[in-house]
Design a protein around this ligand. Sequence first.
Ligand SMILES: [Zn+2]
Length: 407
Amino acid sequence: MAHSDLLTVPFAGAPIFTRSRALRPTGKVLPEHARSHNRALVLQTLYSSGARSRADVSRETGLTRVTISDLVADLIAEGLVVELGQREAARPGKPATLIDVARDAFQIIGLDLSEHEVFRGAVTALDGTIAERIELARGGATGEAAALLVEQLVDRLLALATIPVLGIGVGSPGVVDPLGVVRSAPNLGWVDLPLQARLAARTELPVHVANDANVAILAEHGETAPGELLLIKVGHGVGAGLIVGGRPVIGGGFAAGEIGHVVVGTDGGPRCACGKDGCLEAWVAEPRLTAQLAAVGASRGSSVGAGDGDTDAAAAAARDEILREAGRRLGIVLAPVVGALNLTEVVLSGPADLLDGAFHEATVDTLRQRTMAELNRDLRLRMSEQAEDIVLRGAAVMVLSGQLGVS
Ligand SMILES: [Zn+2]
């Protein structure tokens, strides 16, 4: 590699791929890493900008032609980059050969283990487009039974893959360390489950495991790509993914974003599965909200004169208030986070029938009431548009980024 290329490698703290807004690596860029960074830079450029000539890539990355030719030769040998033929010549002379990421050469397996009723999985293209999907009913399985179900899901997805699989990405509930050990996932009864190692040994493929909200935010990051982004994921539990300064925040104990068991306020509240009263999860988690709404529906159905206008209106108001109260509680928990980090964008991911309405309004109102006007002028709280596929798509980004340095 030409020495001058080392100088073009951005150093820690500087955005590596500002143009395409990729996630920034979390470590320092040392000279011995320059080659892999350059390689990622080439892949990133092709991935986000499409087919190009080697000369284009050289221009856009600032790397020398020689370095690009070198890297591209290796990438072609590995099957990650393909030559697409020659560009129509605009000028006399030899037309340039176009190269691109081998978009059709690999698929990715994504798993979402965060839901109450089902384990979800998909075979996706490199860009996260879902080719095949499978849902396995969890049937309340926990511990080893749940782990076996995950293996079964992976086996079935691998059987559906039509081309080589680049890797497997898993979004798991709970606290997951960087080695893919699920340190603790109470809802699944997992303690120190080496999920990454176990699936890697079984499949002989690269496997990446992370907390489901941290995976979900990777799918959103590709869409909006601000330097700061907070994603709140409401499902079986409540979790958050956080990107600050373009970097995912994992936390010293790998539990960043675990806001579900933060107690909201000092006025008590519903008893939580963890034993405390008034945890965010006890107010906001999907099973809790659904049960509360069902209780209102049931009392209406059994009351005398059910179906008349007044009772219907009263039940609707009661349901609205349940959602509004939950939204307020979320706003109370988020306000200091939004204030401290000066966040301008918060994304809500979860069932739209519960979140996109009174709940959302109450969260926004509460955030505005509780943060400085100068801070919240530009604050946006929006629903994720990725619906139930958010973790599956994020898992694809995680694998791509982990294996190729591309996102
Ligand atoms: Zn709790």
